[in-house]
Design a protein around this ligand. Structure first.
Ligand code: SF4
Length: 291
């Protein structure tokens, strides 16, 4: 069966990927009110265990709102462990060399003084995409080597970010983007939530995500000091681990200014939009993280 961005056929199973931010929360609530068909088998949130507290509070609220809606469906939380712990673990190679994995796409100063960025997003793949797909496989009874499409995965990408939409890599699954089908932008999602009297969802992303814009860093610093302190710790530990492994080829920072996070002045700096970061560094977002 051919699937294109706009041609999605009916399948026995439908699963809603819940990032927990504005778009996927709007998609979930619209579905719970019967505005997006059919009712999915479940929504699935992948927890990196390092989201700000506001995201977990929001998810609790969202889960209960869906449960008491006209078209309820289960909301599962899955996890592949704690992303910060894994990113800050020192591994030892067979030859005795000690190293850390580049799980999070941090900004770098290279040994020659040039600025760079870790291009891969192992964090998204291992902590967002894989645990969700594992749960989908379990719930839909996907067999090894299955080629028949039996699952539709709903992804909360809005009309203004449609360049993030990608076809599924799994033969048994097709992706669907209900907000793009309705030409709904992020602003329209927020307006829909407001018109319904719903609170504004938080921006769902790990506390230390290098894709935060300065508005989000400032918000974390002022409104969620615990999450900001976690990000400062993570940023500092990344560089300390480089020293512990004697690897100074590239020094990582979570902020593009290449300053320690607690030394960045968020009161004066101009914001850099997240989409610009993706374009500047040619980093792909899979539409799973809320960033
Ligand atoms: S929110 Fe950021 S740090 Fe967390 S998994 Fe996504 S890209 Fe990685």
């Amino acid at each position: 069966m051919e699937t294109t961005l706009w041609n999605v056929s009916a399948t026995p199973f439908n699963f809603l990927s819940l990032g927990g931010g504005v778009q996927s929360s709007t998609m979930a609530l619209m579905t719970a009110h019967g505005l997006i068909e059919p009712t999915p088998n479940a929504a699935i949130f992948a927890d990196t265990q390092v989201e700000p507290r506001s995201v977990y509070i929001w998810l609790d609220w969202l889960r209960s709102e869906i449960a008491r809606s006209p078209r309820p469906f289960p909301v599962y939380t899955v996890t592949n462990g704690n992303l910060m712990e894994r990113a800050l673990t020192i591994h030892t190679a067979k030859d005795g060399r000690r190293y850390t994995r580049s799980d999070v796409p941090t900004f770098l100063i290279n040994a020659n003084g040039e600025k760079g960025m870790i291009p891969n997003r192992a964090c998204t793949g291992d902590f967002k995409i894989k645990p969700i797909l594992k749960k989908v496989r379990e719930l839909a009874g996907i067999k090894r080597g299955q080629k028949e499409i039996t699952v539709t995965q709903w992804i909360g990408i809005s009309w203004d970010e449609m360049q993030r939409a990608k076809l599924s890599r799994d033969k048994w699954c097709q992706n669907r983007w209900p907000l793009i089908e309705r030409k709904m932008t992020r602003a329209m999602c927020l307006a829909w939530m407001k018109a319904r009297g719903y609170p504004q969802p938080p921006r769902s992303a790990c506390s230390f995500c290098p894709f935060h814009n300065d508005t989000e860093w400032r918000r974390l610093k002022l409104e969620e000091p615990e999450a900001f302190a976690q990000a400062v710790y993570f940023d500092r530990r990344l560089r300390a681990l480089k020293a512990e492994t004697n690897n100074f080829r590239s020094i990582p920072f979570v902020h593009p200014s290449l300053k320690p996070l607690d030394e960045v002045d968020f009161s004066n700096e101009e914001d850099r939009g997240q989409l610009n970061l993706w374009q500047d560094f040619n980093v792909e977002c899979e539409g799973m993280c809320g960033v």
